[in-house]
Each structure stands twice: as structure tokens, then as C-alpha cells.
Write a protein that binds this ligand. Structure first.
Ligand SMILES: C[S@@+](CC[C@H](N)C(=O)[O-])C[C@H]1O[C@@H](n2cnc3c(N)ncnc32)[C@H](O)[C@@H]1O
Length: 241
């Protein structure tokens, strides 16, 4: 890129960063878009768990192996800490708690999900575990060390690209708000094969989400796009000097 192109590129980013936040707040500010999306998503996943039960298929993953691979990427945000507290947005039936237990670290966990059926399943499976809690909703009850989300940005149903992007960015702001040391999330990638893309799913531009996190949340952001799925994970670390 020559100097003029580079300058134009940076000016466009600057313009976007200045204009972006208020616009997004305005779009989401009415709450109607957000609650409409939440209703559609909750009903989609409620149907999944009713069909397939508390299994990877029940949260719309192809396999338990890919579900686990996603957890491994997300938990890299914690840098192998021996003890931490964690919020999960979109906890499903609580599979991350099983994964954390297998890992052997000491953790406190709070999971929220839009689907009451998901939360009921999670409570049956882990409700008695000390330091583990679940609630129906889209935001945690308090900030914890980390906040993670796996698979919450994929199913956009009939929402337009522009509205879904506003919704994703607003949700990232929520993850930022409810995490002290960092947050991590995944999304399907725009770099997917065109013939495999579905109109009801959202394929995010990894660079756009990276840019947002870098500008508004932390200087320390990692983009992982190297683990063999048609998606990426972003880690936002806030505890690095
Ligand atoms: C693909 S499933 C993954 C569940 C779990 N993270 C896992 O990997 O096993 C996504 C879950 O997130 C929930 N969800 C989607 N968007 C959400 C949001 N904005 N707030 C809370 N839950 C959400 C859905 O109801 C669904 O249970």
C-alpha cells in the first residue's frame, strides 16, 4: 500500500470509529431490534434442545469435538490461570462447565442464556455445583474476571447484515462491561467458501470485529483464525500493561 492509500485507509477507520459508536447505540437504543433478535434466537435454540436434548447437536454444533475445540480457543484468554471467575453469555446446557472441570483449574462460573429450556437443562446438570450458577437473560449479573461467548453470533435468521453487525458490536460492548481481565468470543468467518454459506447464518468480517475491539476495548487483542473451522476467535486481554 502506498502512502496515499495508507492515509485514506486510516482516515476511513478514524471516520468509522468516530461515527460508529453513537450510531450503534442509536440503532440498539430503541431496544426493539435487540429484543426482536433475542426472541427469534431464543426460539431457534429452544427448538434445538427440544429436538436433540443436552448434546452438541442440541446447541446446533456438528460435534462434541468442535464444541470442545471452540472452548479451548476461548479459554486461551485466561492464559492458563490456576484460578479465575468467568461469565458465559449463551451458556446452552452448561457444556463449558464440564470442560472446565476436566481442565482442573479452580473456577467460579455464571452462565446466562436467552432460552429458558437451555438454562433449565444446565441447572439440572450443574445446578448443585458450588460456585456455579445460571440465569435466563442476555447479560450477567456482575462483572467477573473473564467473559466468553461461543456461537452466539451465528444464527441471524432474517436480520439484515447491517442490523446484525450493530447487534454484534453492542453485545461485544456488553462483554467488555462484564469482564475485568478480558473477554473472548467466536464467529463464523466471511472467509468461508461461498457455496457453503447459508443465508440464515452471519459470516462476520474478522478484521472488522478485531478493529472494534482494538479501538474500543483494549490495545491487546488476538485474532485466532487457524484452528480448522469456518470461524475465528477473538481474545481481548485487558490486564496487559
Ligand atoms: C451455539 S449455542 C452454544 C452453547 C454453548 N456456548 C456451547 O458451546 O455449548 C448458542 C447459545 O447461546 C444462546 N444465545 C444466543 N445469543 C445469546 C445472547 N445474546 N444472550 C444470551 N444467550 C444467547 C442460545 O440460546 C444458545 O443456547
Amino acid at each position: 500500500m502506498d502512502f496515499v492509500h495508507l492515509l485514506r485507509y486510516h482516515l476511513s477507520l478514524l471516520r468509522r470509529s468516530v461515527c460508529d459508536l453513537p450510531q450503534r447505540r442509536k440503532a440498539i437504543g430503541t431496544m426493539s431490534l435487540e429484543s426482536e433478535i433475542h426472541r427469534g434466537v431464543a426460539s431457534y435454540y429452544t427448538q434445538k434442545i427440544r429436538e436433540h436434548g443436552a448434546t452438541a447437536r442440541g446447541v446446533d454444533w456438528n460435534s462434541e469435538a468442535s464444541q470442545t475445540l471452540r472452548f479451548e480457543q476461548l479459554l486461551r484468554v485466561a492464559n492458563g490461570a490456576a484460578e479465575f471467575s468467568l461469565n458465559e453469555i449463551g451458556c446452552g446446557y452448561g457444556a463449558l462447565v464440564d470442560h472446565l472441570r476436566r481442565g482442573g483449574s479452580k473456577f467460579r462460573y455464571h452462565g446466562v442464556d436467552l432460552s429458558a429450556d437451555m438454562v433449565a437443562a444446565a441447572q439440572v446438570r450443574h445446578g448443585e455445583a458450588p460456585g456455579v450458577s445460571f440465569a435466563v437473560g442476555a447479560a450477567p449479573d456482575a462483572a467477573r474476571d473473564y467473559c466468553v461467548a461461543s456461537g452466539i453470533f451465528n444464527v441471524r435468521l432474517e436480520t439484515s447484515d447491517a442490523d446484525w453487525l450493530s447487534y454484534v458490536l453492542a453485545t461485544l460492548d456488553t462483554m467488555h462491561q462484564y469482564s475485568v481481565l478480558g473477554f473472548a468470543f467466536n464467529a463464523l468467518t466471511l472467509y468461508s467458501d461461498a457455496d457453503r454459506m447459508r443465508p440464515d447464518l452471519y459470516y462476520a468480517d474478522p478484521l472488522r470485529l478485531f478493529d472494534h475491539c482494538k479501538r474500543f476495548h483494549s490495545r491487546n487483542v488476538a485474532l485466532l483464525h487457524d484452528y480448522g473451522l469456518y470461524e475465528f476467535t477473538i481474545l481481548v486481554r485487558k490486564n496487559v500493561p
